[in-house]
Design a protein around this ligand. Sequence first.
Ligand SMILES: [Zn+2]
Length: 166
Amino acid sequence: MGCYIIKNQKVAIGDSLFLKGEKALIAQDNIAKHTIIFLYEDTATDQRTRTSIQVAVDKHIEPGDFGAFANHSCEPNTQIIANYDEERNVAQILMLSIKPIRKGEEITFDYATTETTVTSGLLNKACLCGSKNCRGKITGFNELSAPHQMELLANESTANYLQLTE
Ligand SMILES: [Zn+2]
């Protein structure tokens, strides 16, 4: 059974700003860069789902009834840092702001920085994040073009189990 060790009180579940009819994490106040949005711990499984977050090669956790509402953006305002304890098969995921977030903004992260791929229901779905550098579709890291993979690897917000596929 998973639990939140930290849950930022300035963030609440609300309506997504770019996914019509879907829920999202919304900042209720201004949030500084390098602020913890949540820290969550749970037992890892082999199951990738629509809401799971990858924590190691073939290991995933469900990010709870709060983190599950974090949507993808190609230009996100947070990153996920996962720490997987292989011996206990337990993982912690930390969501951290990587830029100042203004009140009312949606909290997002880049799925391709944690997931080697995504579920078939999500893969290649049109991305509606609206960012200037939107990739146009939702994918995991392995489906990105080599330049995009290199770009993500060059910034430090990419999980250590993700590697160039070409
Ligand atoms: Zn996008």
